[in-house]
Design a binder for this molecule. Structure first.
Ligand code: NAP
Length: 300
């Protein structure tokens, strides 16, 4: 029986793990993918206080090392189901069944798909949701990025260093991304902003050979690209909690600044919590608050 099981070892989950270890509690962090979660795919982090610049991969590895050095247990196991209600919480993975007095949900979010025909078929041969993972395959080639948030701009900046041409396709002329990043992107000679357009069709049978974009009036334009990086936001990875915990209509777990859910002994931290600002800094803040809440709860 653990004091706390943390589901998800991204910045929120690993921060919670650090605080639980330092409070002398037994905690197990379970992660389906690599430690760090989404932030692993961010090329450069430049907005974390006192760290002027670090890659997402380095940040993730450093954070996991810090937690492990304090004695944290992090296992790479995909959680299949949970039983959250009651004094004993049960978490089932493909390998084992674990029990704990409290749970911190820190599962983050996954990439939203465009929903255009062939998107699934061309995934892995032209269509990608991760520029940092797949960008190198498109060195010297023309690519498109879809989206207008920080992820899309980060991706476009990263790809502009490697690709001959980068089209940034965004449905509006204003960006959600930080202005400083947008300005950086605009200064790149091999970047073209394709504003007021959405991706309408993908060309190619086995591999992507072009992207057709469409404006609001129905006018189309063909982009001669071999890569399309989709960066149009996230969907929380909260399916497994459906029916057990309060969520909003988009699937984000409802909790206030105390990160406490409607179920006793269950906290939520990071990007899967219903909130307005989803940043690395707010994820680690949530991890802290959730862990200290769990410590108090376990102490009784
Ligand atoms: P996001 O901020 O939600 O942006 C999603 C973008 O995709 C928006 O521009 C949106 O357009 C567009 N979009 C959504 N659905 C679409 C569709 N069906 N077709 C076409 N376009 C669509 O998502 P994100 O960029 O992944 O960022 C997620 C969170 O992580 C944000 O809070 C972000 O600030 C944060 N983040 C931070 C950093 C950093 O600080 N270094 C890096 C990456 C991400 P509209 O604008 O028109 O709605």
């Amino acid at each position: 029986m653990y004091d706390t099981i943390i589901i998800g070892a991204g910045p929120a989950g690993l921060t919670a793990s650090i605080y639980l270890q330092r409070a002398g509690k037994t905690a197990l962090a379970l992660e389906a993918m690599a430690v760090g979660g989404q932030i692993r795919n961010t090329p450069e982090i430049e907005n974390y206080p006192a760290i002027a610049k670090i890659s997402g991969m380095q940040y993730s590895d450093d954070l996991a090392e810090q937690a492990k050095a304090l004695g944290a247990t992090i296992k790479r196991e995909n959680v299949k189901s949970v039983q959250l209600v009651g004094d004993v919480k049960t978490v089932v993975t493909r390998n084992a069944t674990y029990q704990a007095k409290s749970v911190i949900i820190a599962v983050g979010a996954k990439s939203r798909e465009l929903g255009v025909e062939k998107e699934e078929d061309l995934f892995g041969c032209g269509v990608s949701y991760c520029a940092i993972c797949d960008g190198a395959f498109f060195a010297g080639k023309a690519v498109a990025v879809s989206g207008g948030g920080n992820t899309a701009i980060d991706d476009a900046l990263f790809l502009a260093e490697r690709c001959s041409k980068v089209y940034l396709v965004h449905r509006r002329s204003e960006f959600r991304a930080e202005q400083i990043k947008v300005e950086q992107l605009k200064s790149k000679s091999n970047v073209e902003l394709v504003l007021g357009y959405t991706v309408d069709a993908l060309e190619g049978e086995d591999c992507l050979q072009g992207v057709v974009v469409k404006d609001k009036q129905g006018g189309t334009r063909r982009l001669d690209v071999s890569g399309l990086f989709v960066a149009i936001g996230k969907i929380p990875n909260t399916d497994m909690f459906q029916g057990q915990i309060d969520m909003d209509d988009q699937g984000y777990v409802v909790a206030g600044e105390d990160c406490k859910t409607n179920v006793d002994g269950v906290w939520v931290a990071g990007d899967c919590r219903a909130k307005r600002i989803r940043q690395l800094t707010t994820a680690v803040a949530d991890g802290t608050v959730a862990a200290l809440g769990a410590v108090e709860y376990v102490r009784g």
